[in-house]
Design a protein around this ligand. Sequence first.
Ligand SMILES: Cc1ncc(C[n+]2csc(CCOP(=O)(O)OP(=O)(O)O)c2C)c(N)n1
Ligand SMILES: [Mg+2]
Length: 822
Amino acid sequence: MPKSLFISPSELRKAGFLEFSPIPVNRYNKTIGEEKEFFTDDDFLRIYRDMMVIREFETMLNLIKTRGEYNGIAYNHPGPAHLSIGQEAAAVGMAYTLTVDDFIFGSHRSHGEILAKGLSAIHQLGEEALMQIMESHFGGTTLRPVLAGHEGTTRELAVRFLVYGTLAEIFARETGFNRGLGGSMHAFFTPFGVYPNNAIVGGSGDIAAGAALFKKVNRKKGIVVANIGDASMACGPVWEGLSFAAMDQFHSLWEEDMKGGLPLIVNIMNNQYGMGGQTAGETMGYGIAARIGAGVNGDQMHAERVDGYNPLAVIDAYRRKRQILEEKRGPVLLDVLTYRYSGHSPSDASSYRSKEEVEAWEQADSIGWFGNELVRAGVAEPLQLEQIRQETGELIGWALKLATDDEVSPRMNLYARPNLIGEMMFSEGSADRMAEGVPEACHPLEENPRIRQLATRERYAFDKEGKPHSKIRNYVLRDGIFEAIIDRFYKDPTLIAYGEENRDWGGAFAVYRGLTEALPYHRLFNSPISEGAIVGTAIGYAMCGGRVVPEIMYCDFLGRAGDEVFNQLPKWQAMSGNVLKMPVVLRVSVGSKYGAQHSQDWTALAAHIPGLKVVFPVTPYDAKGLMNSALQGTDPVIFFESQRIYDIGEMFRKEGVPAGYYEIPLGEPDIKRPGEDVTILTVGATLYRAIEAAGILQEKYGLSAEVIDARSLVPFNYETVIGSVKKTGRIVISGDASARCSFMRELASTITELAFDYLDAPPVVVGSRNWITPAYELEEHFFPQPSWIIDAIHERIVPLKGHTPTHDFSEAEQLDRNARGI
Ligand SMILES: Cc1ncc(C[n+]2csc(CCOP(=O)(O)OP(=O)(O)O)c2C)c(N)n1
Ligand SMILES: [Mg+2]
């Protein structure tokens, strides 16, 4: 249903003031005595114990890094260890009230958060559930070393499992929580609600918002916490995540039980520093980070600063904020004051702060202070606290010994299985739906007006006599994409799609016309203009178990989502040790008419990044079949589309585009015109210019060209192309990307390696010039034209009798262009 939110000039033009409410700062002031009503002595002691576990864990790592030894156990750990000594109360306070269904995301400095949340989950889970979690993680690989000789309770076993799994991960052991592929900065363990920690600081900002979106849309229990460093509050993904999470539409347009804000707490772990830059007073202007909330939405994100040196203050805040989230009034911003005594990393010389400052915070140390308070309030005897400290030391020493033992904690054996990591890059799943359930829709699929309209369209572009149908009668490429997507919307209840102008507008290029009527807001909506958040939230949504189709309006805008597309989307499946799946089909439209910033083909950038599948279909049949495959899979797919041809009919498949469901496997190039004398391999919409060139080659020069459409870039099965080259001995590769470092160059070099013996001449690349894309009116000088392909064949492969080239494809010209970098 189209929306109606009337914008009234008389209302909007009224005079007034924007008003803000006071933001509470360190308002918690209860004593332990006063809190006894809400905590048992055991609870207090557990808080103390959890803080102590983190302290000792991090202290051990600090000693390993700086001295190569802890309690007589020597070890060399060359990898990172960003420690949070001093921040324990903030972590334990954050995790204490969270349930197992609540998810936390973090950063490079999140060992403490993993332990705190894990310990909290272990406290809550029953013994059977704990056993089941531990036994099923990688078929017991992490549990086995822990279980050997264990004599305590299941809960004690689980604590050992948590500490060991985290440490083994930090040391890159296959027995670690992520098979050693995550490591210190990316370790996590989803069964305890610990979701990915991100070494790209601030990276969790939009991903966590996507996880909260998943919870909301799929009616899952629990809230999501994004732990973000104070310095990372400057990062784009954090701001984009905030904008996304605070969208008005959750309240104004989403309907029934979907109405209301996202269950998200952005928890600033405010330790006052980046690495050495001081946030308040130097690198940021917020003074008190909680101020940010006032700029995000009318609720000021219910922002508050809390004293993260007192675990009870943080717990109190979480209790209150959770209620806000349960009332669907999120998101929430918490500025949790803390301090790290440890350096940014163990090599940090602390040149950016004074000894006095560190000592002043050490004086106020949360563990020492909390212990004293417990004694003062009669909760614990000093001896009890000392016993906790000792037990913790033993626990950490035990874990270190085990995690550094190459026999029990081996690394992934890449000698025996050299391709193991390669095999983990993709999940290669096939799933009609990511969860059971009835997909929500506003009407049955057959009643959809566009589906009905498409039933009357010509699914092959030519009539019986071979004459083209009038354009408006044709079933076109955008229809193929639409049919695949709407079909999946009716199969997979988790599927959602969003991007800029995706709803009422129907997508900037009308691919989604007809979807607005079919789907409720929570399955199809307009996002803010936040390419980072569009992709980042999709990543968070998918890693929690949903399927999602985000859209980037122009390929050129991919740069705005650079971190999400290049660092997050491709990496989490393997970095998780294959715990996570990433069923995200990212639609990216390649422009042509709007000049330098709206016309670039960046397929090579996507294909370069390991972990992404990349397709670029250019016929209605291929578009539908490849979209079906992409949506059936569980891997991230960058789905390139070309704005030149959204309204092109099916010109190659005489049977037309099937109305029913079919898949075209990713990775198979397709011969679009058979031939004998020369192969023209195209990437993207250049196919149609290559077909034109092939016609001219045949008619004017009697040369029969075989035209192959790459269709996919990653994966890519070379067999068809090599088979063609064996026959023709000649190949031109053409596409609309600027030629330098393009995927065409990759194809050319691989074909040279694989088919050198069959080639009469080296493969020739005919791409766009290495310039800015000029205006549409000048584009024939920039994008490959049929005449360029013919000229290139004439100049570099086989002279064409009587041909006078109009473009210079000589070696001298190529050398000169390269020498000048153009
Ligand atoms: C995008 C990005 N920029 C820079 C870095 C290098 N770096 C690692 S940690 C860090 C400081 C982060 O400060 P903050 O967010 O406050 O977290 P803290 O280290 O204090 O926990 C920097 C600059 C990075 N990892 N990622
Ligand atoms: Mg910081």
